[in-house]
Design a protein around this ligand. Structure first.
Ligand SMILES: Cc1cc2nc3c(=O)[nH]c(=O)nc-3n(C[C@H](O)[C@H](O)[C@H](O)COP(=O)(O)OP(=O)(O)OC[C@H]3O[C@@H](n4cnc5c(N)ncnc54)[C@H](O)[C@@H]3O)c2cc1C
Length: 310
């Protein structure tokens, strides 16, 4: 049932018609607020400042994917250049994470790479960090290529790898010689069974195995692993594995999404872990929001509840 609900919600996430029809509805906007502090960059920066008081670093990302023109991709680049400047001005411990399709990957890999280069340079000048999100499986090769190009010139750049993909152990192995920074996540898209594990328990096991591989590499100073999950059971096992391999708390980080398991994020930080909260903002939140519902179909009840007055 959960698998069916997940696949229906993921299919809905791709509907432009539905996006247009529902995003202006007040109750949907209210429900979406559970996962984002607001639609503007100022909302996100204010939230980052607030979270810093609870010892949480942040990663900022503007929502939007699969654009309509190169001009839109230039505008996204310019927006993120401004984000870096504002992070610098406010003195925030905030990274930035971008989707390659937001920077025009569907139109030209070369121009997408140029835009990423501009962002990596500005990020370096401000002293922060640039992340590449991983999108659906059709983009993995190109995203890895973009990352290799960036990593050859910049130290503080990272990439997300998805544990549900059957190919990821081989991708990680090939990437390790580049001394990458990897954010390991389970994977949020609808993928066919030949590409990704259909069963959650296989993905969970793959996540633990990949995390173990990353921690082994971290113990040799080859990488900084980022554990991107809200799965507290996995985090517990990974913390134990890190201790066993002699990787200190600062030798890996735990990243979660804004609005999910906030109490646990704060308590992990208090225990001495480096924790960052990924804050999404922007007006084009529909596909992203539907993926959050698909991760936990019980969230649909939050939407229903927010239709009620009060
Ligand atoms: C920092 C970060 C960056 C990410 N970047 C990417 C990326 O680049 N590419 C990509 O494909 N995916 C990305 N994701 C999403 C990821 O792939 C998963 O879809 C998402 O994290 C849910 O899986 P989970 O690891 O939390 O485990 P799950 O087993 O799905 O969840 C564990 C528990 O966490 C809680 N939980 C999880 N999701 C929700 C939710 N939506 N609402 C309420 N509670 C929830 C529930 O209590 C659940 O039982 C990212 C996730 C994080 C945390």
């Amino acid at each position: 049932m959960t698998t069916l609900a997940r696949s229906v919600l993921l299919r809905m996430s791709k509907s432009r018609w539905l996006a247009r029809a529902v995003t202006s509805r007040r109750f949907v906007r209210k429900a979406a607020k559970r996962f984002m502090p607001g639609e503007t960059l100022a909302n996100a920066l204010d939230a980052a400042q607030e979270l810093a008081r609870a010892r949480l670093g942040t990663v900022l990302t503007q929502l939007g994917e699969n654009l309509a023109s190169q001009g839109e991709a230039d505008a996204v680049r310019d927006h993120y250049l401004d984000v870096f400047d504002q992070v610098g001005q406010r003195g925030l411990n905030a990274h930035v994470s971008v989707k390659p399709t937001q920077l025009g990957l569907d139109f030209s890999q070369t121009r997408c790479a140029e835009r990423l280069e501009a962002l990596a340079a500005r990020s370096e000048a401000v002293g922060t960090f640039l992340w590449l999100d991983m999108e659906d499986s059709g983009y993995v090769d190109r995203t890895l290529n973009l990352y290799r190009g960036l990593r050859a010139r910049h130290e503080k750049v990272g990439i997300a790898l998805q544990a549900y993909l059957r190919r990821t152990p081989a991708d990680l192995k090939a990437l390790l010689s580049a001394r990458p920074t990897v954010r390991l996540v389970k994977g949020a898209y609808a993928e066919p069974a030949r590409v990704a594990f259909p069963r959650k328990r296989d993905t969970d096991q793959a996540f633990f195995d990949l995390a173990t591989e990353l921690l082994g590499a971290a113990a040799n100073g080859q990488t900084l692993p980022i554990i991107g999950t809200h799965d507290m059971n996995l985090i517990k096992r990974i913390n134990a594995k890190a201790a066993e391999l002699g990787v200190r708390n600062g030798g890996y980080e735990i990243h979660m999404l804004y609005g999910i398991r906030m109490a646990e994020q704060k308590s992990l930080a208090v225990q001495g872990h480096t924790v960052k909260t990924l804050i999404s903002y922007g007006e084009r939140w529909f596909p992203w929001y539907m993926r959050r519902l698909a991760e936990r179909p019980a969230n649909v009840w939050f939407v229903v509840r927010s239709m009620l007055p009060g």
